[in-house]
Ligand binder design. Structure first.
Ligand SMILES: C[S@@+](CC[C@H](N)C(=O)[O-])C[C@H]1O[C@@H](n2cnc3c(N)ncnc32)[C@H](O)[C@@H]1O
Length: 219
């Protein structure tokens, strides 16, 4: 793709920003750490997918979700992040004998190379990643990628800061969402199946307001 306009934002080194964030703070103290990613797991279970379904976690960071999915028997998981440091931490935290069920892809969701080769994804999961894409070209690239790689009847879970939520995270500006804005971004190929607001409590005991959505590809 490599079509980033030459503006101030594209010159910012997001890869370095995120690598530093993961080097500086242990996983369990990160402002987005979840010991139990319950809302994500409930939505994933609601999709009723077979164990070998291809589950793609966009901007996975060092999430505990992957271990929970492996424990539930899912065995065809792809994790992605722009930060190599984050994926190293995730890899080291995996249950050893299940590591072969997970593929790791370091790539930028807004300017992809390796991710463009993916196809037939059954489920795309993104918690707290899309909302960092504040520029139109980033959002367009992200939604174009989803449309390219997700299969017909596949599912999308998007969980982002909602309209009552914080306006910054990890020192970066974010864009707040509601379900209509997420539907607009995905386009008419996708149907909203479920949506709810959720208050997440950070390790610091502060709270962050999210909107969780589940979509299905219908065209
Ligand atoms: C707030 S963290 C959320 C991590 C994880 N989804 C979770 O819920 O624990 C945002 C993540 O998005 C990743 N990220 C940011 N921009 C990205 C991009 N352009 N492409 C891929 N990953 C990105 C960061 O490295 C970070 O791991």
């Amino acid at each position: 793709m490599n079509q980033n306009p030459k503006n101030e934002l594209s010159a910012y080194n997001f890869e370095e920003h995120w690598n530093k964030a993961y080097q500086k703070t242990p996983t369990t103290s990160l402002g987005w750490y979840e010991e139990n990613p319950t809302p994500s797991l409930e939505l994933i279970e609601a999709c009723n997918l077979p164990n070998d379904a291809v589950i793609f976690n966009a901007g996975a960071g060092s999430t505990s979700l992957i271990n929970r999915l492996l424990e539930k028997g899912y065995n065809n998981i792809i994790v992605n992040d722009i930060s190599e440091t984050a994926l190293e931490i995730l890899k080291n935290d995996l249950t050893i004998d299940k590591a072969s069920n997970v593929q790791f892809i370091i790539d930028d969701l807004t300017n992809s190379t390796a991710l463009l080769k993916l196809k037939n994804i059954d489920l795309w999961h993104d918690r707290a990643v899309l909302h960092f894409f504040t520029e139109n070209y980033q959002q367009e690239a992200y939604f174009k990628l989803i449309n390219k790689v997700i299969k017909l009847n596949g599912y999308i879970i998007l969980a982002q800061f909602n309209l009552k939520g914080a306006v910054k995270c990890c020192g970066l500006d974010i864009r707040n969402y509601n379900e209509e804005m997420l539907q607009k971004g995905l386009g008419e190929n996708f149907k909203l199946l479920k949506s709810f607001d959720y208050t997440y409590t950070q390790p610091s005991e502060n709270t962050r307001e999210y909107v969780y959505t589940l979509f299905k590809r219908i065209h």
